[in-house]
Design a protein around this ligand. Structure first.
Ligand SMILES: [Zn+2]
Ligand SMILES: [Zn+2]
Ligand SMILES: [Zn+2]
Length: 314
């Protein structure tokens, strides 16, 4: 009884008066069964200071709770929360003052976030992931900035796939699907700039398929890297390499040029056209994939296209 000489006992930073009344044997039996020792009667006739046998810390419990339920040691609970957070790859900071269902955590990016404790349990079990809203918004803002728009906020219509954006060059605001912002496939309702008339690119990628085959993908895009990442790759782990990107004055030019290229390649090198069954599941396209040995030929054709557009420009 470390506190027997005092007339008070400190529990969770609070000094509680010790009540000098008997501690009955059946109370001690109940505490014993629940994994606690009764250290003192405190506060009023119906409260006890219990010492947790697991962690040795004191907690205050109503006599009624001890006799009828399993008292919970807040230190052990918090230790479990810390361990669970660690298993989820984050750090437990503190309990939430408004809700027992929530707690505050430090995410790997350094941001603090309030999350449901049950969610962290599922993250620790590998059932779901955890996303930082602050960082995620920064990513979306950067995506918009990269294509000349500004992220204003959530969709006024409430669709979670959409956001509200502002066209920096004309000031017009409109709602656009986030996926279309990433790939620039949208038109401005203010100044009339369309994704078809905006500059475009012919690209050539080399892709290593899961079956070990190396192939070439020739196509057009407003944003070749985005095309590579968001549309082309069914399997994100494919080894991919951007071999060449040729700027075209508009999407129309890019589409027309690309179609001519494919027609010419198919006619002259039919044996270089890769059968769709060879890349099914690996690439999200069904045509326009060529054998790697055709690279020099394609590069030469792209040289010609580049020269042509230089001539037109100068
Ligand atoms: Zn404990
Ligand atoms: Zn963050
Ligand atoms: Zn505009």
């Amino acid at each position: 009884m470390p506190h027997a000489h005092d007339n008070s006992i400190i529990i969770a930073g609070e000094a509680l008066p010790i009540i000098d009344m008997p501690i009955h044997a059946r109370w001690r039996d109940a505490a014993d069964r629940r994994g606690f020792d009764i250290t003192a009667r405190v506060a009023d006739r119906y409260a006890l200071a219990l010492t947790c046998r697991l962690c040795g810390e004191l907690s205050r419990t109503r006599l009624f709770v001890l006799m009828n339920h399993q008292p919970r040691c807040s230190y052990c609970i918090e230790a479990a929360r810390r361990q669970e957070a660690e298993n989820a790859g984050i750090a437990f900071l503190r309990r939430d003052s408004d809700s027992t269902v929530y707690a505050w955590y430090r995410l790997p990016c350094g941001h603090e976030a309030r999350r449901q404790i049950g969610l962290i349990t599922r993250v620790a079990a590998g059932e779901t992931g955890l996303r930082c809203a602050t960082c995620h918004e920064a990513v979306e803002a950067a995506e918009a900035q990269a294509v000349g728009w500004e992220l204003v906020g959530p969709d006024p219509g409430g669709d979670t796939n959409y956001r509200e954006y502002r066209h920096v060059s004309c000031g017009h605001r409109q709602r656009i699907a986030r996926g279309n912002v990433k790939t620039q496939r949208f038109d401005c309702g203010g100044c009339g700039v369309t994704w078809v008339s905006a500059p475009s690119f012919i690209y050539l990628f080399r892709v290593l398929l899961p079956n070990g085959m190396r192939v070439l993908k020739l196509g057009f895009s407003k944003n070749p890297r985005s095309r590579l990442q968001h549309q082309l790759l069914g399997d994100r782990d494919l080894a991919c390499h951007v071999l060449r990107v040729v700027a075209m004055p508009s999407g129309h030019d890019a589409i027309r040029t690309e179609k001519k290229l494919h027609a010419s390649l198919r006619r002259r090198f039919p044996e270089a056209v890769i059968d769709a069954k060879d890349f099914a599941g690996a690439l999200t396209v069904v045509t326009e994939v060529y054998a790697e040995w055709l690279e020099a030929e394609i590069q030469q054709l792209l040289d010609g296209i580049e020269d042509d557009s230089d001539d037109e420009g100068g």
